[in-house]
Design a protein around this ligand. Structure first.
Ligand code: FES
Length: 298
């Protein structure tokens, strides 16, 4: 059954009526050519994903398939083709992104970002979400994923097709997920204190992460824009040839990233940048880091 570009598969099974999207959420092949097994589970015959017809949940595979309300009255089938509210679709896409990041599943990241865009939102939001989500797993703070993200966003702005644009936005998403994968958790020190530029520079110089982080948080609590912190952060970065200039480069990129994604990404980016500049030998590690993580000094 088709309406408004939607293909819906209606299935009558075990005395019940079900309606689901006919395009498999994996690669879009028609579920109407799948196989229905016991307990109303449909198997897509292409790659064996299995869906519960009633809920749409993927029992094998990743993304759930969309379900529609359906009823039979007087020998006619009625389907509610309306889309869920945009905020529900957004919430679902962001939940999907979280699952994709945990699995480091780039294909699903792409699908969920596309769903977010189709719901009327900017796909760059998934990057903001990913930076927030992954921050606690970055033992060394800012990585090349943050730094490169600033450039990928510039490329996305210059893209000539929607596909090119999405691809440029997804590259840093996959990179940050890879950096964070299996890395355990390294919580940032708690608390916030009034922003004090000289105190921040001194804390970084002393490699005192806790003192530097509470000052950055203080600035964020005070709603100070990144532009007003730039001089102190730059001074701290330029105090030495730290990491052969990486600190200075990452500081520049952090600013570009905040400009590109907005102040909403300032907290995870500035905390990660500060951690990179003021490493403490022993953090609150809850698991061993993955050997595959990016070395920010590389
Ligand atoms: S297209 Fe359905 S499982 Fe791959």
């Amino acid at each position: 059954m088709r309406q408004d570009g939607k293909q819906v598969l209606v299935v009558a099974r075990e005395g019940r009526l079900f309606a689901i999207a006919n395009r498999c959420p994996h690669e879009g092949y028609p579920l109407s050519e799948g196989t229905i097994g016991p307990e109303c589970v449909l198997t897509c015959n292409w790659h064996n994903w299995k869906f519960e017809l009633a809920s749409g949940a993927a029992l094998v595979g990743r993304d759930p398939v969309r379900t529609y309300q359906v009823a039979e009255r007087g020998g006619e089938i009625f389907i509610d083709f309306r889309d869920p509210p945009a905020d529900q679709r957004r919430a679902r896409a962001l939940r999907g992104i979280e699952a994709a990041i945990v699995d480091n599943d780039r294909a699903r990241m792409a699908r969920e970002a596309a769903r977010l865009e189709r719901a009327g939102y900017d796909a760059r939001e998934v990057l903001v979400h990913a930076f927030r989500l992954c921050n606690i797993r970055l033992e060394g703070g800012m990585t090349q994923a943050h730094a490169a993200a600033a450039d990928w966003l510039l490329l996305a702005d210059r893209a000539e097709t929607p596909i090119e644009k999405l691809a440029a936005q997804l590259e840093p998403l996959g990179h940050i997920a890879w950096d964070a994968q299996g890395a355990g958790e390294f919580p940032y020190p708690e608390g916030a204190t009034e922003w004090d530029a000289a105190g921040f520079v001194a804390a970084v110089e002393a490699e005192d992460e806790a003192a530097a982080i509470v000052r950055i948080r203080g600035a964020l609590v005070q709603d100070l824009p990144y532009a007003s912190l730039r001089a102190a952060i730059g001074e701290a970065a330029l105090a030495h040839y730290a990491a052969f200039g990486h600190c200075a480069i990452y500081t520049l990129k952090a600013g570009q990233l905040i400009e590109g994604l907005g102040e909403q990404v300032a907290e995870p980016v500035l905390l990660a940048l500060t951690r990179m500049r003021s490493p403490e030998p022993c953090r609150h590690r809850t698991a061993a880091p993955s050997p595959g993580r990016t070395d920010p000094e590389a």
